[in-house]
Design a protein around this ligand. Structure first.
Ligand SMILES: Cc1cc2nc3c(=O)[nH]c(=O)nc-3n(C[C@H](O)[C@H](O)[C@H](O)COP(=O)(O)OP(=O)(O)OC[C@H]3O[C@@H](n4cnc5c(N)ncnc54)[C@H](O)[C@@H]3O)c2cc1C
Length: 300
């Protein structure tokens, strides 16, 4: 049986939107294909009539400063995100996450938009973007709209995009004084696959206090969301052993860790998340010191 009938390669956003609207159903967007084509091939996804390949659409490419924000096109391969000096400068957690996705071959085709749209609760790129307060730019025949990352998720591998919508890209705040981010994860030693656990942290340091903080952890439930209780436990506090312990406890309260047959037990995740949280917070804290000493535009 054919897993698709028609494969379209539009060269502009308007052509892609027209193809999504006018092609015989079922129609799906494809970018790198590292999630979708595998699922079609393995029978985990019902055959589709039309695949609309968005990987060559100029409006969905580019990594640049735009209107005082960092813009990253949804069709950018994660290898380019990992190698970008701008991403390293303003969104180091995303730089680190992108450099860990898959192996080199996967990173050269897998896109950031595909990582977000596939809606896996431990998707490395999406977890980093959530801690970095990224806003998704979404295009449809009705125009464009903006949506915070967590609002894109409905359930495991289920996003909230309408059938005629595509992710154009992501807009991230630029790094300010004392601000820094970090990403940490644990993997099964024997392979390239989705993380057992990942943690992304962004913070703003003022002197010896954490003035503000954002934390995302995957997989901590069916959908990606911020760990707001741990954030509340740390905001305005110093990075002490006691506060790290309180943040870990708050994560255990809010997160819904579960045992997955092939990856890890709930108890393992509950324990290891404390270690990853400590490492990510400490790395961001130290980077925040360098950044506040050197002022805006610094790099460690
Ligand atoms: C060997 C291997 C290792 C991997 N390792 C990791 C890993 O370490 N960490 C990790 O997070 N992931 C990993 N993945 C998963 C995968 O590579 C990533 O999620 C990747 O970023 C998906 O991007 P893609 O462009 O290939 O998506 P595709 O497979 O093309 O699409 C995935 C989904 O997103 C939708 N989509 C794609 N682009 C858009 C868009 N612009 N707008 C709207 N919808 C869109 C598609 O319709 C589809 O539903 C791995 C996969 C493989 C095969």
């Amino acid at each position: 049986m054919k897993i698709w009938t028609n494969y379209l390669t539009p060269s502009s956003l308007s052509d892609a939107l027209r193809a999504l609207r006018e092609s015989p159903a079922p129609v799906r967007v494809v970018a790198g294909g590292t999630d979708l084509l595998l699922e079609l091939q393995q029978g985990k996804h019902a055959p589709v009539h039309t695949l609309v390949d968005v990987s060559a659409i100029p409006e969905m490419r580019g990594i640049e400063i735009r209107d005082g924000h960092l813009f990253i096109g949804a069709a950018e391969p994660v290898s380019r995100v990992a190698a970008s000096p701008l991403v390293h400068e303003h969104a180091q957690a995303l730089s680190e996450a992108a450099s860990l996705i898959g192996g080199p071959q996967v990173r050269n085709v897998a896109t950031l938009g595909g990582n977000v749209a596939h809606a896996l609760p431990a998707a490395d790129g999406a977890i980093a973007l959530t801690a970095l307060d990224a806003v998704a730019e979404i295009a449809s025949p009705a125009g464009t709209r903006r949506a915070p990352l967590p609002s894109l998720y409905r359930g495991v591998t289920q996003n909230t995009l309408a059938a005629d919508e595509v992710l154009l890209g992501f807009s991230l705040p630029l790094k300010g004084p004392g601000e820094a981010s970090a990403f940490r994860r644990v993997m099964r030693p024997q392979g390239v696959a989705v993380a057992i656990l990942n943690v992304a942290v962004w913070l703003r340091r003022e002197g010896e206090r954490i003035a503000d903080v954002r934390i995302a952890i995957g997989p901590s439930g069916p959908v990606i969301r911020r760990m707001t209780e741990a954030e509340d436990a740390l905001r305005g506090q110093m990075l002490t052993e006691e506060n790290l312990r309180r943040a870990h406890e708050a994560v255990l309260e809010q997160a819904r860790f579960r045992t997955s047959r092939h990856r890890a037990t709930k108890e393992y995740r509950q324990r290891v998340v404390g270690v990853l949280l400590r490492e990510a917070l400490t790395a961001a804290w130290e980077r925040g010191t360098v950044n506040s000493e050197q002022g805006l535009g610094s790099r460690d």
